[in-house]
Design a protein around this ligand. Structure first.
Ligand code: ADP
Ligand code: TRP
Length: 324
């Protein structure tokens, strides 16, 4: 099956990105045709500092490679290295109803967070649909927050196909329902842009400081602690199997548990979990040429697929005036 997903290099990648998307992508590459990319055109909707964007794109490439994304097995590239996607965006824009975009929660959330309400931000979902349709993706693993974007992409594919004849694969979302949205330090959705993230590759001291600063409720030590909606429980549980989760729940429900102790344990599990990847991450960070060459090679593989779909779409809408 052809599986595709992307992530914005608009900040350092964090635990929400890892469990919501990255880990699942790495796991999928064993038995599927995996397409994974860093969506720097999308990042332009919220990042206006060129050197920051360059740096974050490079860092995100290092993160993925260190975490096990295999550039020989999969197609791994940077979105803007295949600029054909912007042409497809235009073809799709003309079968995208205004109402579809006006209903976008993500747009409303972002402008509420002071991201400028630009045309680019408004048409973000059309570029995302182009990302998916350009590569004939069948399945798109994302976190819950991307559900509506996937619905928009499906709508656009269906509308294009019914207007111009069968052109695109209609993608299926792949959202793990039992994976709650990973909470950030303040208990809100962990996000690069909310200043509440626990980044995957930060140094030990900063990680400890961040985890110890996690927001907690004011339940007294001698009372049972809530599990539902408790960010400490949710973050810890990401690293546990079912048995471990049941045991953790039991500990929360038993009076006497101290949040400070739990935070120290959480710091320990996070630090240990990413330990095996840290050496490779440092090696990649010091070998820019290798990382850049790897991304360029990925773009070549991606482009080979993209041009086939784009040519078909150009033909179906009638841009090839040289034909009768
Ligand atoms: P951010 O909000 O940090 O900018 P993105 O919007 O770039 O993250 O999301 C990249 C991927 O990571 C998407 O598939 C998204 O659903 C997933 N993701 C982001 N934040 C979380 C979270 N807090 N919990 C679960 N998945 C998340
Ligand atoms: N909008 C996605 C996010 O913020 C990123 C993205 C862009 C994407 N293009 C995509 C995800 C294509 C999946 C498929 O997380």
């Amino acid at each position: 099956m052809r599986i595709l997903s992307g992530i914005q290099p608009s900040g350092s990648l964090h635990l929400g990105n890892y469990f919501g998307m990255m880990k699942r992508m790495v796991d999928y590459q064993e038995n599927n045709e995996l397409f994974c990319f860093l969506v720097n055109y999308h990042a332009l909707t919220s990042v206006f500092d060129a050197s920051f964007l360059r740096r974050q794109t490079y860092e995100a490439a290092c993160d993925f490679l260190a975490l096990g994304l295999d550039p020989d097995k999969s197609v791994f590239w940077v979105q803007a290295d295949v600029p054909e996607v912007t042409e497809l965006t235009w073809l799709l824009a003309n079968v995208t109803g205004m109402g579809l975009l006006e209903r976008s929660h993500s747009f409303k959330d972002k402008i509420a967070k002071d991201i400028p309400a630009s045309h680019g931000l408004f048409s973000y979902p059309v570029l995302m649909a182009a990302d998916i349709l350009l590569y004939g993706a069948e399945k798109v693993p994302v976190g819950k927050d991307q559900k509506q974007h996937l619905e928009i992409a499906r709508d656009i594919a269906l509308r294009f196909n019914s207007t111009y004849g069968e052109t695109f694969v209609v993608p299926e979302p792949d959202i793990e329902d039992d994976l709650a949205t990973v909470p950030g330090l303040d208990g809100q959705k962990m996000s690069k842009s909310y200043g509440n993230a626990i980044e995957i590759f930060i140094d030990e001291k900063t990680l400890k400081k961040k985890v110890m600063s996690m927001k907690t409720d004011s339940t007294p030590v001698e009372e049972p602690k809530p599990v539902q909606g408790n960010p400490l429980y949710d973050i810890y549980a990401l690293f546990l199997d079912d048995k471990g989760k049941a045991a953790l729940k039991e500990r929360f429900l038993t009076p006497g548990l101290r949040y400070g102790d739990i935070k120290k344990e959480i710091f320990g599990v996070i630090w240990e979990y990413f330990e095996p990847f840290r050496k490779e991450r440092a090696r990649l960070a010091a070998d820019r040429q290798f990382v850049v060459d790897t991304m360029k090679m990925g773009a070549g593989k991606a482009r080979a697929v993209a041009t086939v779909y784009l040519e078909k779409a150009r033909h179906n809408v009638g841009l090839d005036y040289w034909n009768k």
